[in-house]
Design a protein around this ligand. Structure first.
Ligand code: F6P
Length: 365
């Protein structure tokens, strides 16, 4: 009997809504349309390194389009080229790519589909250059990947953040308060920009435009002086003052990304309260933005990207990530995707739209 062709899939990096919708699209199309067998690698690159995986059946994909997280599990520290490994004195980063690649060979797959953000897809690019047939699919609430206008998970995170901002609006208004709502996004301001606009933020602070506390304080004073009962500031976790640095919540030694951001809203809120005399509170939305069911837009995007990725596998068109440009699904070489973090251009049309409505970005004049 002829052996079935196989593909493997892993989900890496921080989880986000829509990852399961991607897994479902890849597995269902591969099994139903092309007769492949699909191997699910557990916990991202950790499972690849440790040789942990299982077969995904068509029936396993039922009902997961609505599920947050990833049924495969994920890891945002494991990396075949710099894997944190315990030693007597602590740990060191080891290159375990040879054994990871040997594990892929043992699985006997035509291709490894890697679903992830810049860390996962950066390692995918290296695996490809080391001879592994790879196709990438973008997911990250930060939306900071080159090669796609939108990544899976972003729309849901924006929607959750916007709902949070709406809820904060009413309580801020009741109490005559200024409120700072801090959203994730690392050093990119996409999530703050989109959710700030959707939530009608009065001030949006993003890492790409260092803020001047006096400018923000003046907006708060002016609004209060003109009878407004609230001021809403939407601030990215990576925001930094002019000439200063972002607020670091924690440094994790065993991660490829050692710096965990967070807390800028608290620091700025107390400063603003001192400067304006107006009660100012802070709220960090944090991992709420990564949980729960994906929006319809994320489910549709996941389905489009996942099915296109399987077509690339069938065409043996490896070394690319599928992405969205305008309304078209495109392919981008992984090396382009791996070249860094895509930030918000300061003259982005959305920044201009927001400014034209009177939104402040809190930056120095
Ligand atoms: O990259 C996604 C993201 O949620 C960032 O926005 C955030 O800075 C980081 O991951 C948080 O990572 P962790 O879950 O490891 O704290």
């Amino acid at each position: 009997m002829e052996k079935k062709r196989r593909i493997a899939i892993l989900t890496g990096g921080g989880d986000c809504p829509g990852m399961n919708a991607i897994v479902r699209a890849v597995a269902k199309k591969a099994i139903l349309d092309l007769g492949y067998e699909v191997v699910g690698i557990e916990d991202g690159y950790e499972g690849l390194i440790q040789d942990r995986h299982h077969i995904l059946e068509y029936g396993d994909m039922s009902g997961i389009i609505t599920l947050g997280g990833t049924i495969l599990g994920t890891s945002n520290t494991a990396n075949p080229y710099a894997n944190p490994t315990k030693t007597d004195g602590g740990f060191e980063f080891k290159d375990v790519s040879k054994s990871a690649i040997a594990n892929i060979s043992k699985m006997n797959v035509d291709c490894l589909v890697c679903v992830g953000g810049d860390g996962t897809l950066g390692a995918a690019d290296r695996l490809y250059r080391d001879g592994v047939p790879v196709v990438g699919i973008p997911k990250t609430i930060d939306n900071d990947l080159f090669g796609t206008d939108v990544s899976v998970g972003f729309d849901t995170a924006v929607s959750v953040a916007a709902e949070g901002i709406d809820r904060v609006h009413t309580t801020a208004e009741s109490h005559h308060r200024a409120m700072l709502i801090e959203v994730m996004g690392r050093n990119a301001g996409w999530l703050a920009l989109y959710s700030g606009i959707a939530g009608g933020g009065d001030i949006i602070v993003i890492p790409e435009m260092p803020y001047d506390a006096e400018v923000i304080a003046e907006v708060v004073r002016r609004r209060s002086g003109s009878g407004k009962r609230f001021t809403i500031v939407v601030i990215a976790e990576g925001a930094k003052p002019v000439g200063g640095e972002a607020v670091v919540r924690q440094i994790v030694k065993d991660g490829s990304e050692p710096i965990r951001l967070g807390g800028v809203s608290f620091a700025l809120a107390s400063k603003l309260e001192d400067m304006t005399g107006i009660e100012t509170r802070a709220l960090v939305m944090g991992h709420l933005l990564r949980g729960g069911s994906p929006t319809a837009a994320d489910r549709v995007l996941a389905t489009r990207l996942g099915t296109r990725a399987v077509e690339l596998v069938a065409d043996r068109h490896f070394g690319h990530m599928v992405g969205l440009r305008g309304d078209s699904i495109v392919e981008e070489p992984l090396e382009e995707v791996a070249r860094g973090q895509r930030k918000v251009p300061v003259d982005h049309p959305l920044v201009q739209s927001a400014r034209s409505l009177g939104t402040s970005f809190g930056e120095a004049p």
